[in-house]
Design a protein around this ligand. Structure first.
Ligand SMILES: [Zn+2]
Length: 585
């Protein structure tokens, strides 16, 4: 994907936008010296370790390791694809994205049409709720469910009139528009080619993406007709497993969300909002997917899943648990609220009121308890066999957890439940490697990490202008030493673009494994004072040249022994053997 937008445009874009402004409009920043700090949006923390450097145009979290340029920030924070993030930045900078010849990246014009078409449908349904002769039915339904006009407006609730062609006629006779409406699932095409409205005589709930654009609709009948709920089908802009109904509205309602409630239906989200819980989101008729979970935990540290208390509800809760395990890093919490038989959050909050419902969310079951309670039900923990079986059941699940304090606590719980001591258990579950404490500080040998390649790269990342200290060719291109290729590539980029920031540099490695190494290196402390950088850099490149001379000399000498040298090689060897500078005693 990277290649399709010219790299020079990305360089230029990152030179023009300011990462501080990009992040500032989304997080509360505090200035500390030359940098800015904030509480990290990617992990839960009380004291800020998320640092933004205006000079380097780079952010880095010392807590969770998140890092990147303005582009990377938008991708992670707004959940955008790479081209979308570029688009957003280019738009804010008033730049037009050039298109490389033969490239197939361009903002998909059809997608744009899709969004505007969905918006038209959205406006149509909303107008029908106000104007249609039969809209009273919908209004009564909403009132009877206790929803105020304000809540209906917040969620842009609409009404799809009865009849087969209300929206169809509204959209007009343009063939392309009609085809697009079919692709988006607004209209359905019959076998004989005729079209009709998908949503008829239903309350309409527009589903919005993270940026507030309508991407699909949900519709609910008024009575007991089937199907009770109907969603837009998958379309080029609507992917059920990735979206959460109400997330856009929840984020809009509160700058500082701490917790999200995951419920099943639209009406649950609206009823909870009516009672002051503007932090509920609904999955769209699917099990909670890993993508949805990732989205939830990027927004808040704590997620409370509301499920029916019956067997089906418990199975759904277990699936959510299994999907959550791999992403439960420290600071992320999952809890489960099991509803009384026959209740959904909508009915429950209306029955018991705000306070009592609030208490229920606070008293919800922590994941660890639900986890072991569910597993223990499958075995007899009073018998040795049963306890062994418990360990076997827990093992593959615990293995999914990232290495964390939470994982240790889960293991401790298993140790109590199984009677196995913690050490045995750790090696049983995670293998022998994990049995030894992992955090013994490694012995540092002097000179480690001081490879001249590493030093030179580290310094260039700190101060890209240092590349001007040496010229192309640098003379150590063919040195056989780990990282030399990377250093040379970096130099070549900087020779062409000496004013790139660190953020801009790393974009050249987007999607390549080296990016991570470079970013990690860039955030390691510098052991050189600011005014000594140039000298240190020249020293490192000098050492590289010396090593290259040595390597080449040895190579030629061994070749001389093996098969003799050509004339050119002989001349080269002679030159290499003449010391450039006499070594003074
Ligand atoms: Zn972080």
């Amino acid at each position: 994907m990277t290649g399709r937008i010219p790299q020079t445009f990305i360089d230029d874009l990152l030179n023009r936008v300011d990462i501080v402004q990009v992040i500032e409009s989304r997080l509360d920043l505090k200035k500390t010296g030359r940098e800015y700090q904030a509480c990290c949006p990617f992990h839960n923390e009380k004291t800020p370790s998320f640092t933004i450097s205006p000079v380097k145009q780079f952010y880095h979290c010392f807590g969770c390791g998140a890092h990147g340029s303005a582009i990377g920030f938008l991708m992670d924070y707004e959940n955008l694809e790479f081209p979308e993030a570029i688009e957003e930045l280019a738009h804010s900078a008033g730049l037009e994205i050039p298109r490389e010849a033969g490239s197939d990246f361009r903002p998909d014009p059809r997608k744009e049409d899709h969004y505007s078409l969905l918006q038209r449908a959205d406006q149509f349904y909303r107008a029908q709720l106000r104007e249609h002769a039969q809209a009273a039915k919908a209004v009564d339904y909403l009132k009877q469910r206790g929803l105020s006009g304000e809540i209906a407006a917040t969620f842009s609730v609409g009404y799809a009139p009865p009849g087969w062609d209300s929206l169809l006629r509204h959209l007009g006779s343009d063939t392309e528009t009609r085809n697009a409406a079919v692709e988006l699932g607004l209209l359905v095409r019959k076998d004989d080619g005729r079209l009709y409205d998908r949503f008829r005589d239903r309350v309409i709930f527009p589903i919005r993406d993270r940026r507030g654009r309508t991407i699909g609709f949900g519709g609910r009948v008024f009575g007991d007709e089937k199907p009770k709920y109907m969603n837009s089908p998958e379309s080029p802009v609507f992917h059920k497993g990735q979206e959460l109904y109400g997330l856009y509205e929840a984020r809009k309602a509160s700058q500082k969300l701490e917790r999200l409630l995951v419920v099943e239906g639209y009406m649950d989200v609206l009823a909870l909002a009516q009672f002051g819980f503007s932090n509920a989101v609904a999955t769209l008729g699917t099990a909670t997917t890993p993508e949805q979970l990732e989205r939830l935990y990027r927004t808040v540290p704590e997620v409370v899943f509301c499920f029916d208390g019956d067997n089906a509800g418990r199975r759904a809760a277990w699936r959510a648990l299994e999907n959550a395990l791999p992403i439960l890093r420290d600071g992320r919490e999952a809890r489960f609220l099991f509803l009384p038989e026959g209740e959904d959050p909508d009915s429950l909050v209306r029955d018991i009121g705000r306070e009592a419902f609030q208490k229920k969310t606070v008293d919800s079951v922590p994941l660890s308890r639900f986890f072991y309670a569910s597993l223990s039900q499958q075995v007899d923990t009073n018998s040795v066999d049963g306890r062994a079986r418990l360990v076997e059941l827990a093992r593959p699940l615990l293995q999914k957890l990232p290495d964390s304090v939470f994982r240790d606590l889960m293991l401790e719980q298993l140790s109590q439940d199984s009677g196995l001591n913690l050490k045995q258990l750790r090696s049983r579950v995670f293998g022998n490697a994990a049995a030894v404490p992992q955090h013994t500080p490694r012995q540092r040998t002097p000179g480690e990490n001081r490879s001249p390649v590493r030093v030179a790269i580290r310094l260039l990342l700190e101060q890209p202008e240092l590349s001007g200290q040496i010229q192309s060719p640098c003379g150590f291109e063919d040195l056989e030493l780990a990282g030399t290729g990377l250093l040379v590539e970096l130099l070549e980029i900087l020779w062409q673009h000496p004013h790139l920031s660190l953020g801009g540099i790393l974009e050249h490695w987007r999607g390549r494994p080296e990016e991570k190494h470079l970013a990690r290196l860039a955030t390691q402390p510098l052991e050189v004072p600011a005014d000594g950088l140039a000298e240190e850099f020249l020293g490192a490149t000098q050492r590289l040249l010396e090593q290259r001379t040595l390597q080449r000399t040895e190579h030629l000498l061994s070749r001389e022994r093996d098969r003799g040298l050509t004339e050119t090689e002989k001349t080269e060897l002679k030159q290499l053997l003449v010391p450039h500078q006499p070594i003074s005693g």
